[in-house]
Design a protein around this ligand. Structure first.
Ligand code: FES
Ligand SMILES: [Fe+2]
Length: 394
C-alpha cells in the first residue's frame, strides 16, 4: 500500500476521537432475521449473486503452473479452472458430456493435470476442454452429433485475483468488478505470492454470517477476550466501499503509538489487518507479512463451506519459515473455529427458530450496514421489487 495512502488512512484514525467515533457510519440499519433463514431468499441470492455475476474464484497463486487446477461450485454449478500452457486460464464446467460425472473432485485442487479423464467410462478431454477420445467404445458413438467438448465459462485474472462467471458468456472486466479497490490491491503485487496451505470446513451458518463476523471489530473486546483482544482495537475499523466490495482495516491496540511519530514517517501496515471483502464468495486479508483468503461456498440456507488459505510473499526458503506461515493458519482457524463460528452457529439456530424478527447493525458496524445494503440492493434490482423484504424502520 502506497505510503501516502497509509498516511491518509492513519490521519482518519488521528482525527477520529478517543473511541474512534469519527469512523462510525452515518446511520444504523435494521435487517430482517429471515434474510439468514428463508429458503426463498437463499434461492434468490444464489441465482442473482452466485450464478449470474462475475464472482471471486481465488488467487493466481492457486494455479501456479500449466496443469494446475482448482474446482468449486457456484449455486451448484461445478466449475474447474485450469492453467494452460500459454499461462492463460480456462474455466470449464466440471461435468462429463457423456452422462454427467464430475471430471475432477468438485471441491479440490491439484497440479500437473495433462488431460481430464472421466472416472465413469474414461472419456478424455484436453486441458482446454476438447473431447480427445472415448476409449473402448468401438464406434458406439459415431452417430452422435451433439457437441461433446466441455462447456466453458468466462474467467479473468488480474492483480493476482481470479474471477469467473458461472452462467452466461459475457466477458469479465476485473477492474469493473473491483470498482476502485484495485488501486490498493494492486500495490500488494498479489500475483507474486505463493500458496502455503488451504483447509476447508463446513459450518451450520448462512453464508452472510461469515461476512458479518469479519466486518466489524466491535466484538473483539468480548468474544475474543481470552485470545486476540489484548492485541487489537475493538472500536471502529477504517472503512471504504468499492461498489459492492468493501475494505475494512482492523487496527492493532497500539496503533496510536505510530501517531507520535512525524506524520511523514507514519506507516499503517504494521498496525492494520487489511481486509478486502469481495462478496459473495471472497475475503482477501493482508495480515502483516502474510495473506489469508477465505472462499465462501453456500451449501444450503443454513450451511456453508469455508476454505481458508494462507499465502506467503515468496516461496519460503526453509521448512522453519514455511512452518511460520502454517502456524499463522493454525492460529487463525483456532480463534475463528472456537470463538467466531461456534457462536455464528448458535445465532443461526436462534434466527431459524423465529425468536426475533429483526437484527440491528449499529453505526459502529458501518461495514456491516454497507454489506447488507448492497446485497439487498442487488436483489431488489434483479427482481424489480423489494417484495422479498418487509419494510423496516430503525
Ligand atoms: S460419464 Fe464420463 S465417460 Fe461416461
Ligand atoms: Fe471475530
Amino acid at each position: 500500500m502506497r505510503r501516502e495512502r497509509q498516511i491518509e488512512l492513519l490521519q482518519r484514525v488521528a482525527d477520529a476521537g478517543p473511541h474512534l467515533e469519527g469512523l462510525f457510519g452515518p446511520a444504523s440499519m435494521v435487517n430482517d432475521a429471515s434474510v439468514y433463514t428463508d429458503p426463498d431468499r437463499f434461492a434468490l441470492e444464489q441465482r442473482v449473486l452466485f450464478r449470474g455475476e462475475p464472482t471471486f474464484f481465488g488467487m493466481s497463486a492457486d494455479l501456479p503452473a500449466p496443469g494446475s487446477w482448482r474446482s468449486m461450485r457456484f449455486d451448484g454449478i461445478p466449475l474447474v479452472v485450469v492453467r494452460l500452457d500459454d499461462g492463460s486460464l480456462r474455466a470449464l464446467i466440471n461435468t462429463c458430456r457423456h452422462r454427467g460425472a464430475p471430471l475432477v473432485d468438485p471441491a479440490g485442487r491439484g497440479e500437473g493435470l495433462r488431460t481430464f479423464t472421466c472416472p465413469y467410462h474414461a472419456w478424455t478431454y484436453s486441458r482446454d476442454g476438447r473431447l480427445l477420445g472415448r476409449p473402448a467404445s468401438y464406434g458406439a458413438f459415431d452417430d452422435v452429433t451433439l457437441e461433446c467438448d466441455l462447456a466453458t465459462r468466462p474467467v479473468a485474472e488480474r492483480h493476482g485475483l481470479v474471477f469467473v462467471r458461472p452462467e452466461g458468456d459475457d466477458p469479465i472486466d476485473v477492474d469493473e468488478v473491483l470498482a476502485g479497490a484495485q488501486d490498493d490491491l494492486g500495490s500488494f503485487a498479489l500475483e507474486d505470492w505463493v500458496l502455503i496451505e488451504s483447509r476447508a470446513r463446513e459450518w451450520d451458518v448462512n453464508w452472510k454470517l461469515v461476512y458479518d463476523t469479519f466486518t466489524e471489530s466491535y466484538h473483539i473486546r468480548t468474544l475474543h477476550r481470552a485470545s486476540i483482544a489484548p492485541s487489537f482495537n475493538s472500536e471502529a475499523t477504517i472503512f471504504e466501499p468499492f461498489g459492492r466490495n468493501l475494505l475494512t482495516i482492523g487496527l492493532r491496540a497500539n496503533v496510536r503509538d505510530e501517531l507520535e511519530k512525524p506524520r511523514e514517517e507514519w506507516s499503517l501496515l504494521p498496525y492494520g489487518t487489511v481486509q478486502y471483502f469481495l462478496p459473495p464468495t471472497g475475503l482477501v486479508v493482508h495480515q502483516l507479512d502474510h495473506l489469508e483468503v477465505w472462499n465462501v461456498e453456500p451449501l444450503d440456507v443454513g450451511r456453508t463451506r469455508l476454505t481458508t488459505s494462507v499465502y506467503a510473499p515468496s516461496e519460503p526458503h526453509s521448512e522453519k519459515s514455511r512452518d511460520y506461515f502454517v502456524k499463522n493458519l493454525d492460529l487463525l482457524l483456532s480463534v475463528t473455529g472456537t470463538e467466531d463460528f461456534p457462536l455464528m452457529e448458535e445465532i443461526q439456530r436462534n434466527l431459524s427458530s423465529g425468536a426475533i424478527g429483526q437484527l440491528v447493525y449499529g453505526r459502529i458496524e458501518q461495514p456491516l450496514v454497507h454489506f447488507h445494503t448492497e446485497i439487498n440492493r442487488a436483489l431488489d434490482a434483479a427482481t424489480g421489487t423489494a417484495a422479498h423484504r418487509r419494510p423496516r424502520q430503525i
